[in-house]
Ligand binder design. Structure first.
Ligand SMILES: Cc1cc2nc3c(=O)[nH]c(=O)nc-3n(C[C@H](O)[C@H](O)[C@H](O)COP(=O)(O)OP(=O)(O)OC[C@H]3O[C@@H](n4cnc5c(N)ncnc54)[C@H](O)[C@@H]3O)c2cc1C
Length: 441
């Protein structure tokens, strides 16, 4: 059994792996963590931005916690090369770390639109704590923020920007907002809702350059109608942090290709989280899911396997969930499967929307949106996710849902979805209480 574990990356996947190794191992092993940043959760940065949590609350493990776990650390250091024959990882300060097995969990970085001026002053990404500090220092009441990109990450910080009293304009090159999260109908409803709440939205809008304009930024748009902003946030996508592995034996496609034990093409090298191209729960093919639940689950599974257990992974479910100006918007699973059987319903005045997708009598994807204050919406979000995740056979309830896509609850109860989900934990054993560790189970 591996005695020396090396974890590269101290984000969600890496920290869940460390914790799980300590929970599952039968003999105490050596764990070394190499991470460019101190361990923190990117997902809570929007709450740091709107000042609802202090900066200290974004961290997932303090130096004290890591010491209690017996983890040797190289924080603020980057891995620059992996020699999978010699089992040695080299760091940017020249340190060589030997390992018996290693986990690559280096996550992703924000990518800016490739236009002149994108790296100039007043233009920010919002992916790391440092970048969040930069944005926080710039946003003040009455300032005009232009967000370039209307994808999931842009939507996670939209409420925070508004709550700081800024004016917000969103520009998106695609013909609709949230292009990789919801369909045209859903996007139209969300856009109308945003506009009602004072957010200006421009779709099909191509940014060509950003210039300085008397201390402000001028955003030149291909179709005219240039914008002037105090703060520009580029939410234009992410790229996996894998360039440092160039020339290694580890097979990389969209991400590091892993098997159902999250092992890469090199048997003692594992990958987890945003960098891993692992199994998708619905399609059972490999995909990169750069989302928090996948990073958590990967971390748990990989940690157990590194500790000597034999845990196979069923696959991760795509879960996109945001709340904007008190409207919940979510999609699950294969929500954009063009070959699936579908049913949908719209209540434009609320607004509320459901789209359900089936393969056979199993729900394989769903889109849902509606006011957060509507208790039924809130319940339906969880129940739809449960139906897709469990893959229960709907039997006669399929016809009911096709006719009544807003009436989820009876189908959820009748198909005993809760009891099919409850005994199921990622590690195939009863859940453990999280104890004193701040890392999510
Ligand atoms: C603002 C924001 C909001 C988000 N909201 C949500 C949400 O609501 N729901 C959701 O599902 N997802 C959300 N996400 C995405 C989610 O945070 C990521 O999917 C998740 O953090 C991935 O975890 P990870 O462990 O794979 O990578 P990360 O958490 O990115 O951790 C990677 C770690 O590796 C380190 N690293 C990178 N390169 C190297 C190197 N060469 N050597 C050593 N260390 C290195 C990094 O410094 C970092 O510590 C959000 C992200 C952001 C930025």
């Amino acid at each position: 059994m591996a005695r020396r574990h090396l974890i590269i990356g101290g984000g969600t996947a890496g920290m869940n792996a460390i914790r799980t190794i300590r929970e599952e191992e039968t003999e105490r092993s050596t764990i070394t963590l190499v991470s460019a940043e101190k361990p923190y959760s990117r997902m809570v940065l929007p709450y740091y931005l709107d000042r609802s949590i202090a900066e200290s609350h974004v961290f997932t493990a303090t130096a004290r916690v890591l010491a209690d776990w017996g983890v040797a650390t190289h924080l603020g250091k980057r891995a620059t090369a992996l020699d999978t024959k010699a089992n040695v990882c080299t760091l940017d300060d020249g340190t060589a770390v030997e390992y018996d097995d290693c986990l690559i969990a280096t996550g992703s970085s924000a990518v800016r639109a490739p236009v002149p001026g994108a790296d100039g002053p007043g233009v920010h990404s919002f992916w790391t704590l440092d970048q969040a500090r930069g944005v926080l220092a710039q946003i003040q009441p009455g300032r005009h923020v232009v967000m370039v990109g209307a994808g999931f990450i842009a939507f996670t910080i939209l409420n925070s920007i508004l709550s700081l009293g800024a004016k917000l304009t969103i520009v998106e090159v695609a013909p609709r907002i949230l292009p990789r999260m919801i369909d045209d109908t859903g996007a139209g409803l969300v856009q109308g809702w945003l506009e009602k709440n004072g957010v200006a939205v421009r779709t099909g809008a191509k940014l060509t350059r950003i210039d300085e304009a008397k201390g402000r930024r001028r955003l030149k748009m291909a179709a005219g109608g240039d914008l002037t902003a105090d703060v520009v946030i580029m939410a234009t996508g992410i790229r996996t942090n894998l360039a440092w592995l160039n020339g290694s034996e580890v097979k990389i496609n969209q991400g590091i290709v892993v098997d159902d034990h999250l092992r890469s093409s090199v048997p003692n090298v594992y990958a987890a989280g945003d960098v891993a191209e692992g199994r998708d729960l619905i399609s059972q093919t490999n995909a990169v899911h750069a989302i928090e639940p996948t990073a958590q689950e990967h971390g748990r599974v990989v940690g157990a396997n590194m500790a000597g257990k034999d845990v196979g992974y069923r696959g991760s479910l795509i879960i996109n969930l945001v709340e904007v100006c008190h409207l919940d918007v979510a999609s699950f699973g294969a929500w954009d499967d063009a070959k699936a059987e579908t049913a949908s319903g719209v209540k434009a005045d609320r607004p509320a929307y459901r789209k359900l997708l089936w393969r056979g009598d199993r729900l394989t994807g769903a889109i849902i949106l509606g006011p957060s204050s509507d208790i039924w919406t809130t319940n339906d979000v969880g129940m739809l996710k449960g139906l897709v995740q469990s893959g229960v056979s709907l039997g006669p309830w399929k016809a009911h849902l096709k006719k009544n896509p807003f009436d989820i609850k009876p189908a959820f109860i009748a198909t005993k979805t809760t009891s099919s989900l409850l005994p199921e934990t990622i590690l195939g054993r009863p859940s453990k209480a999280p104890g004193e560790s701040p890392v999510a189970v």
